[in-house]
Design a binder for this molecule. Structure first.
Ligand SMILES: Nc1ncnc2c1ncn2[C@@H]1O[C@H](COP(=O)(O)OP(=O)(O)OP(=O)(O)O)[C@@H](O)[C@H]1O
Ligand SMILES: [Mg+2]
Length: 339
């Protein structure tokens, strides 16, 4: 993974100050000077992802995300972009200097692969934590991006449903495991799941604060979405003791359209129908159908490494911006799940 570096303008924007203010602080020696690299005769200034955290701390600014959010990508319909988008989403969050942990729950390892991580036969996954009681801190692997760690998937996850029912508190094993993370104070945990309602997915829903639901702009997606909301309502009442204690099953639900084609009537009609039926949850950002996204999946790279200037990358970054801003500033709190 080539780790992103930032120009002075980009860096100032992420830190949350003006470029002039940044340069002034540097001149006055109040913050470390930019790093420099010689290219030909010109010396270029640059900053790294780690600098974002350091500079904000020096300037007494609060972390971009103050309280941990656990964000689960889920849809009962297959192939809607959970793995592809969740991997690039996690990468984009990490690029903001936010300590991020990606967790892949799918034995197919798509999210793991999309992040360019090679899981070997003996690579530990969440299976070893939930079933073999391994310390979660020991299964967290580091990526080359300093602010992005991963719990990769392995093939054993394909049999986890046979083992989970024998465990006590079988629906809360993931919640309990995440509470034991000591390695880093991850502010965002991004989870990729399978398109079904298994015990593992129930574990994921119960530990999540936010649900991110990618839908395709076709009418088949509505069945999957309806089913998912019904299941959430069922879980909310089945686990009412727990959900009342935490003030609801989830804090936020975000539905977003993936593979949007603006020139197709079906895409526009689907957007209209979602606006009508799921207005409370629908994100403004839509991710266009973009072959670069499919190519980046095949190449095993987040889109921001494969081609950061393509439309797909811009849309995924816009989704991150919209969701992180909504989480902080706008109430999209889900009191009672609407069926
Ligand atoms: N916006 C997009 N533009 C083009 N191709 C896309 C886009 N989003 C996803 N894809 C492609 O669609 C395919 C399915 O995506 P992905 O595997 O992420 O879906 P999924 O929801 O994780 O599937 P599953 O339910 O099997 O886990 C992949 O080949 C991916 O590259
Ligand atoms: Mg997937």
């Amino acid at each position: 993974m080539n780790v992103k570096t930032y120009s002075t303008k980009e860096f100032a924007k992420i830190v949350g100050i003006s470029k002039n203010h940044l340069l002034k602080l540097e001149l006055e020696g109040k913050v470390p000077a930019a790093k420099r690299v010689q290219r030909g005769k010109i010396e270029h200034r640059f900053y790294t992802v780690e600098d974002i955290v350091v500079y904000r701390e020096i300037l007494g600014m609060p972390p971009i995300i103050d309280k941990r959010r656990t964000q689960l990508f889920l849809n009962f319909k297959g192939g809607t972009g959970k793995s592809t988008i969740s991997a690039s989403y996690a990468y984009a969050v990490a690029e903001l200097g936010i300590e991020t942990l990606a967790i892949d729950l799918d034995a197919q390892q798509h999210m793991t692969k999309c992040l360019g991580f090679e899981a070997k036969r003996d690579t530990n996954s969440i299976y070893e934590v939930l079933i073999d009681n391994k310390d979660i801190n020991e299964v967290i692997a580091h990526t080359k991006m300093p602010t992005l760690d991963i719990i990769p998937a392995n093939i054993k996850l394909s049999v986890i449903e046979n083992r989970l029912p024998n465990k006590e508190m079988k629906e809360f094993l993931l919640t309990s495991a995440l509470n034991k993370i000591k390695l880093k104070d991850y502010k965002i945990i991004v989870i990729d799941s399978l398109p079904n309602i298994t015990l593992l997915n129930k574990n994921a829903i119960l530990c999540a604060t936010d649900l991110l639901i990618p839908v395709l702009p076709d009418f088949f997606s509505f069945d999957g979405l309806g089913l998912l909301f019904e299941e959430l309502a069922r879980m909310e009442s089945a686990f009412s003791l727990y959900t009342e204690f935490r003030g609801g099953l989830l804090d936020n639900i975000y539905v977003f359209i993936n593979q949007y084609r603006s020139n197709e009537v079906m895409s526009r009609q689907s957007r209209g129908a979602l606006e009508k039926n799921y207005a409370d949850y629908l994100c403004e950002t839509m991710i266009a159908y973009n072959t670069k996204i499919a190519q980046s999946t095949a190449a095993g790279m987040p889109i921001f490494q494969y081609n950061r200037s393509c439309t797909g990358a811009k849309h995924i970054k816009a989704l991150v911006d919209e969701i992180l801003k909504i989480s902080q500033n706008r109430k999209k709190k889900v009191k009672k799940i609407q069926k």
